[in-house]
Design a protein around this ligand. Structure first.
Ligand SMILES: Nc1ncnc2c1ncn2[C@@H]1O[C@H](COP(=O)(O)OP(=O)(O)OP(=O)(O)O)[C@@H](O)[C@H]1O
Ligand SMILES: [Mg+2]
Length: 458
């Protein structure tokens, strides 16, 4: 049975019976309950899960808690909310208007589990209907990954497959493309999900410290080692260690790491005792490790040991149909953090500018540009200037044919952007069949690969 997801917002409590009272009957009826207590919790769940209904479980309300809860609900205006209140609460000043404006329905506390289940299902059906009518596909998967492009679908499939084994994975991909996110997705999808995930940036630790950081040390192993300390590999026992920028690991440590990969044991610095550790290794690099091997900067045996399951995270320019989804996702996440500012979206020019930018910094650059735009803009719609991007040319390029081609590509890019890459709806609006639209997207490099930057006349 696939569980329906519900965000449950309620006051923090230490009373165990209270938890059993509301969550257990819902779980028994097939709901996956994400319990949160504040605005930050709401944002975190929304960023990671495809939740469409919210339950506010707050029998009584005073002015202070009402104000705080209003901020919480403002983080998730697209959810259908159901409230459970004591008799009289809804009649309080301020509460009545709020419930009428922001809730799908409300029930008397303590709510009958059957009635609550039924009401939440109605709310879910309505949320789905609303999503269909505005054509917004689920933005975020359960791993917090956004993207519907063929490249992302293939990546998700690969991540699912490698998650089911225990072999090392080598994640390649450009800087900012999402390698760490992919590593977390592998861990979360593996049998080790409830155990630690320890991420180490090998490039950020001084070469003199990295051995003791990874493998730990005994007391007196070096000057200043006043106590024994387990290393990060030991800290990840039963879980996963993610070695980021593995290409930066000094050669002598590469040999030590290889031994650990082969024997599943480590020795702390200053000790001759071997300690058994059960840790899965995921590694990432943005450099070509094969080349580093040829140049003698990386051990060949370690390379083969790590490269058992290679996974390449696609760069953003290789999946440009995801750009509108990502931009909307970041916009929504950031504006949720500041409910007093209302930003509705992007101008058509901004969307086109996003589509034609080459994204050397990948998703991280996109996140930064959208965040910056939200700070810079004074309007409801983000412009290319707010994003620090050049506005796309209004004037067509040389020659009528070239101008027609450019106009066709721009119109398709903007329509796809506005409709969150919903191809069926875009085809309807553009008056062509889906097949034709796919063919045109292919022709203009909009289905996966980024189109070449259009020449700009100054
Ligand atoms: N598919 C995605 N959906 C949503 N957010 C993403 C996606 N890919 C990357 N991000 C976000 O982009 C940022 C960069 O991702 P991440 O740190 O995983 O990249 P990286 O490849 O490890 O970068 P670097 O090479 O610089 O270490 C993070 O904030 C991450 O959450
Ligand atoms: Mg990284």
């Amino acid at each position: 049975m696939v569980a329906h997801e519900v965000l449950c917002l309620r006051r923090r409590t230490t009373v165990a019976t209270d938890v059993a009272e509301f969550a257990a009957p819902l779980v028994a009826r097939g709901w996956r309950v994400h319990e949160v207590h504040d605005a930050q919790g709401v944002r975190q769940v929304l960023a990671r899960h495809a939740v469409a209904v919210g339950l506010l479980w707050c029998p009584t309300l005073d002015d202070d808690s009402l104000a705080r809860l209003q901020v919480c609900l403002a983080q998730a205006p697209e959810l259908e909310w159901v409230g459970a209140f004591d008799a009289g609460t809804v009649e309080q000043a301020g509460v009545c208007e709020w419930v009428l404006a922001c809730f799908f329905d409300h029930l008397r506390h303590p709510a009958d589990p059957e009635e609550l289940d039924r009401t939440l299902r109605h709310a879910l059906a309505r949320a789905r209907l609303r999503q269909r009518s505005v054509g917004v596909p689920h933005l975020v998967d359960e791993q917090g990954m956004v993207g519907q492009s063929p490249a992302m679908q293939q990546l998700r499939q690969q991540l699912r497959k490698v998650a089911s084994t225990d072999a090392p994975v080598l994640l390649g991909g450009e800087s900012g493309s999402g390698k760490e996110l992919a590593a977390r997705a592998i861990h979360n999808g593996s049998r080790r999900a409830l155990q630690p995930f320890v991420a180490v940036n090998c490039g950020a630790i001084a070469p003199t410290l990295i051995q003791s950081e990874l493998f730990g040390h005994e007391r007196g192993a070096f000057t200043g080692a006043t106590t024994a300390k387990p290393g990060l590999i030991e800290a990840a026992h039963h879980g996963t260690i993610f070695l980021d920028e593995i290409g930066d690991l000094p050669l002598d440590l590469q040999a030590t790491l290889l031994r650990f990969l082969q024997e599943h044991t480590i020795q702390r610095l200053g000790s001759t005792r071997s300690i058994d550790v059960d840790v899965r290794v995921l590694a990432a690099t943005h450099v070509d490790l094969g080349q580093a091997v040829s140049a003698g900067r990386f051990r060949e045996d370690l390379f083969y040991r790590l490269n058992v399951l290679p996974v390449v995270v696609p760069s953003l320019r290789d999946r440009c149909v995801d750009i509108p989804l990502l931009a909307e996702h970041v916009l929504r996440r950031c504006s949720a953090a500041d409910p007093l500012r209302r930003i509705d979206g992007f101008t058509q020019q901004a969307m086109t500018a996003l589509m034609v930018h080459p994204w050397p910094g990948n998703v991280r650059e996109l996140c930064n540009r959208v965040q910056r735009a939200l700070v810079m803009t004074d309007a409801r719609l983000v412009t290319p200037e707010d994003l620090g991007l050049q506005a796309p040319e209004e004037a067509p390029g040389p020659g009528l044919d070239a101008a027609r081609t450019q106009a066709e590509r721009d119109l398709i890019a903007v329509t796809l952007g506005r409709l969150h890459s919903n191809v069926s709806q875009a085809a309807r609006e553009l008056g062509v069949s889906r097949m034709t639209l796919y063919r045109l997207m292919d022709k203009h490099g909009l289905s996966g690969r980024m189109p070449p930057l259009r020449p700009r006349s100054r």
